[in-house]
Design a protein around this ligand. Sequence first.
Ligand SMILES: [Zn+2]
Length: 393
Amino acid sequence: MIALTAGRLYTPLERIEQPLLLIDGRHVAEVGSQAALSVPHGAQLIDFGDAVLAPGFVDIHIHGGAGHDVMEADAAGLPALEQLLAKHGVTSYLPTTVTAPLDQTLAALQRLANAIEEAEHEGASRGARAEPLGIHLEGPFISHARRGVHPAENLLPPTLSTFERFWQASRGHIRVMTIAPELEGAREVIAEAARRGVCVSLGHSDADLGATRAGVEAGARHATHAFNAMRPLDHRDPGIVGEMLTDSRLSADIIADGIHVDPAVVDLFLKAKGPDAAVLITDATAATGMPDGRYRLGLFEVEVKDGRCTAGGKLAGSVLTMDRAVRNVMRFSGWDLQQALRLASLNPAKVAGHPQRGKLESGCAADIVVLSPGGDVRATIAGGEVPDAAGGR
Ligand SMILES: [Zn+2]
């Protein structure tokens, strides 16, 4: 048993001053105030001083980091990415594909399914690494008009038979699928994916209001990187953005790096979706945590210079980290740390279909980020493993 004390804890819906959190193996045993709980005999006590304890962050849209892309054939890259994620407070994630030739996407889905199942079985021997919880399939069921840097020649019309091939290759580990609802065949695929428990996310889309609403009626529940790769809002043609901002059945995520979306529009988005339905993602590429240069994104190359990640002059993912996204929300909108944290923990865990993640309650995964009161990461505990530097094993 490990006992953690700190200045404050966010569950994140509740705030506990002078908290005590007990970890038993990979799970949280109890959470409460030091006044209400006592440290069990023989427990290892670690005091984090004035720090804030919060649920480890969950990134549902990430392509790579530390020089590695999640689609690359060499699976050795994932541990390096997962260590980088943990350094930035992320304890679980959905490796995200980009559009590629069908056979290469199928091969990537199989490799990622292997990694997810291995992580499930490795248990407490993973060290300070984020855990893959499932896969985000971004493309190929997206709009030619709003494909961004996804290769045009590899886009496919949505069909049940192609979806079935992805599903089989991933062995049912697809948790989020981005799709353009206006494509012919999209509604059937949305309905079938939703029936299998996938969170269907509308994005890379040129849909008007009617086509977007039809996608929601078919079962879509989320929207991918708000404003980016979407038909822009027009006051007489509100389109996908109008529906995303106003439909309370939809949660939505945003890249809050200040580059993909202007800080004023991030603020507008947060006001519209509120603390229940807004989600932060990084859309990070292999270049994250690396110097300027050329890196892979799926099967193509991106160039990074001064924090901008581009391919052929178009924005191509980011070098954003989740801890910075949380601090940016506080800066752009004036939200406090407790509100901002929720967008990186509880809300994305719900989208990913993992209700035992993203919160600190008894029985939940012992995934914890230790933050300064200003939101800087001091330590990350993934699956109950306390890193040495934090006074752990
Ligand atoms: Zn995208």
